[in-house]
Design a protein around this ligand. Structure first.
Ligand code: GUN
Ligand code: ZN
Length: 638
């Protein structure tokens, strides 16, 4: 039901199919109060809404609405023929202490009124609930979900993850949903946290929930409606967000912006060009009667929110959502605190962070701790094989190749380390994202203790590179070709220790770009084995894949597919996730992979779009974009 198209962090541009049409995530569901429609769903659709959410409990409690909903359906009742999600009354139990409806009854009602996505009557867990109360609430919620799973019919069932602020209970609740027939998982019980700006608790909870949830099921953040937090919410894996805030804020004369909230009373100037604001002024708005003003402000709040959703989607598209989130974190200190929780959770996030992509942009001190930086440093520690010569440290930031250092490498086989914003890094990797493909300020280095060399090996001998060059103390029995050494180090970094030797076993020819002089094509014994991309990583060609498959022990780089898939993959067609039998857990989105049969026969090389857990769970969509299949390779003369 969910198909992943693009990703950044845990954020996902994806498609959800419903009985009333497709929606593209991340998406914002405006809340419609069935008793009082201020802005109609049709108007909302023109602002960008693809799906709305309304409350089945409110509908059911009102005789007139209930009868219309039962006879004509909820779509007719609220006047919207697109997808509609309904909630169950749980939030009313949080506000009023109890609800007058049975768990089964409200699920059946939602199904009967034709809701596309219906929610079970989960137990709202409050931030200050004691642990044992929360455990029981989660057990009850799960029992109700199991019951509802038998009666939801064609309606997609939303099973909320509860667990208050206890990450381990959240993970347990999320995991327990694996074998319950739900299509969507909202994160519940977070409204009180957002009301009191407890974004770091929120971040911990969402990460803990994501850890346990099946990746094929979209995640909804119940009540996350302020545009200021959309980049964070999306980065943490919120595929669906909902907003009743747009109208609540409007009634309180508050205007929402991606940078925060402004009180109309304090505004002399309207800092907005949305259609609602463009033909009025702050003074005019203040002079309006209350209802008219609320309508303008509600429209403003919605338009700004949808624009921010679009900006988030574009950032996912660009691979720059972390940067966007980090900039927004400057809008509220508690968002900055949440950013720190994200950095602490780097191991979980690194797994889903695409390899490479757009240039790395420094936003602040947090840039050095980004998941992709941690991965880079970890891979240096685990996969870098130093050249045999003396280790020298060059106290200079180097991005890409340098003539002087290439000479040092060639003449002394020196294991050169250079300075970078992330600490000392091997010169042979100075071209790779994030060091080689990054924009950093030129002022004082922002290196903090513990980074760089703390992760990787100690740079113990800090000899001056010039000394090594001038004295030429090392006699060379095996001169090193700097370009070949760089490609070898890149392959090790990307595919695992030893991959470089396997890939480059033979007579190597490195072809440079005529325009930029950068390393481009790599040929071994006349065969084109790989191409170096702009971000410094290698794209493997089929002959390169053959070498890697022959020399790297399985499961490294492998994605095992069913025979039904292999026969298409050899011709260059993509691997769909439903045909994936198994996959190396070390593969990251954007990594190059070897597509093999269950007998480990190589059928194609390509680029993975999913991680192992995703590929194993997703029913729809592409797992590997094939670059070259076996049949194509044998037909192409190199
Ligand atoms: N709306 C806001 N929070 C919640 C929640 O925890 N559960 C449900 N069902 N609806 C909500
Ligand atoms: Zn506006």
């Amino acid at each position: 039901m969910f198909e992943l198209k693009k990703r950044d962090g845990l954020a996902r541009i994806g498609v959800i199919e419903t009985a009333h049409g497709r929606i593209e995530t991340p998406t914002l569901l405006p809340v419609i109060n069935p008793r009082k429609v201020v802005i109609t769903p049709t108007e909302m659709a023109s602002m960008g809404a693809e799906i709305i959410i309304t409350n089945s409990y409110i509908i059911k409690r009102n005789e007139e609405m209930r009868e219309i909903a039962l006879s004509k359906g909820v779509h007719e009742l609220v006047g919207f023929d697109g997808p509609i999600m309904t909630d169950s009354g749980t939030f009313q139990s949080h506000v009023y202490g109890k609800v007058k409806v049975e768990p089964q009854e409200i699920v059946e009602f939602q199904r009967e009124i034709g809701s596309d996505i219906g929610t079970i009557l989960d137990i709202f867990t409050e931030p200050d609930d004691p642990r044992d109360v929360v455990e029981r609430a989660v057990d009850t919620t799960l029992a109700r979900a199991r019951e509802a799973a038998g009666i939801h019919g064609d309606m997609v069932l939303a099973g909320p993850v509860q667990g208050s602020i206890f990450p381990d209970i959240r993970t347990r609740c999320a995991r327990s949903y694996s074998d319950i027939d739900c299509g969507i998982h909202p994160i519940g019980g977070i409204v009180p946290l957002m009301e009191s700006y407890r974004y770091s608790d929120l971040a911990r909870i969402v990460l803990a929930s994501k850890k346990g949830l099946r990746p094929s099921r979209p995640v909804h953040l119940f009540g996350a409606g302020h545009p200021m937090m959309f980049p964070l919410a999306a980065y943490l894996g919120g595929d669906m967000l909902d907003s009743s805030s747009y109208i609540k804020y409007a009634r309180g004369d508050r205007m929402m912006f991606p940078s925060g909230t402004s009180r109309l009373g304090e505004l002399e100037h309207l800092p907005c060009s949305c259609p609602a604001c463009s033909d009025t002024t702050a003074a005019e708005l203040k002079g309006m009667d209350e209802d008219d003003r609320a309508l303008v402000l509600a429209e403003h709040n919605l338009r700004v929110s949808f624009a921010e959703i679009r900006a988030v989607k574009q950032a996912i598209n660009d691979g720059s959502l972390f940067e966007m989130m980090a900039r927004r974190a400057r809008c509220h200190p508690e968002l900055l605190a949440a950013l720190h929780v994200v950095l602490e959770g780097w191991e979980q996030l690194e797994r889903y962070a695409p390899i490479g992509r757009k240039a790395f942009m420094q936003t602040g001190h947090e840039s050095t701790y980004r998941p992709v930086v941690r991965r880079f440093l970890k891979r240096i520690a685990e996969r870098y094989s130093p050249p045999p010569g003396p280790r020298v440290f060059v106290d200079e930031v180097v991005q890409g190749e340098s003539e002087v250092l290439n000479r040092g490498l060639a003449r002394a086989s020196a294991d050169i380390w250079v300075s970078s914003p992330f600490g000392p890094v091997p010169y042979l990797l100075s071209h790779i994202y994030p060091v080689g493909y990054a924009l950093f300020h030129s002022g004082t280095p922002i290196l903090e203790p513990g980074m760089g060399s703390g992760f990787s090996m100690k740079v113990d001998s800090r000899k001056d590179i010039k000394g090594v060059l001038e004295h030429n103390a090392i006699s060379l029995n095996q001169p090193i070709d700097p370009a070949v050494a760089r490609v070898r180090a890149t392959a090790d970094h990307q595919f695992g220790k030893g991959a470089g030797n396997v890939l480059l076993d033979g007579t190597v020819e490195v072809v440079r770009s005529r325009n930029t002089d950068r390393i481009r094509n790599i040929k071994v014994d006349g065969e084109h084995v790989a191409t170096m991309r702009n971000d410094g990583f290698l794209s493997i060609r089929f002959p390169g894949g053959r070498r890697l498959a022959g020399g790297l022990d399985a499961p490294a780089m492998r994605i095992v597919v069913e025979p039904d898939s292999a026969e298409f993959n050899v011709k260059g067609k993509s691997v769909f996730s439903r045909f994936v039998v198994d996959m190396d857990d070390e593969i990251r989105p954007g990594d190059d992979v070897l597509v093999v049969t269950e007998e480990y026969e190589l059928v194609a090389v390509g680029r993975a779009l999913l991680t192992r857990d995703e590929a194993m769970d997703m029913e729809k969509g592409v797992a590997v974009k094939v670059r070259e299949g076996a049949d194509q390779a044998s037909n192409v003369a190199e």
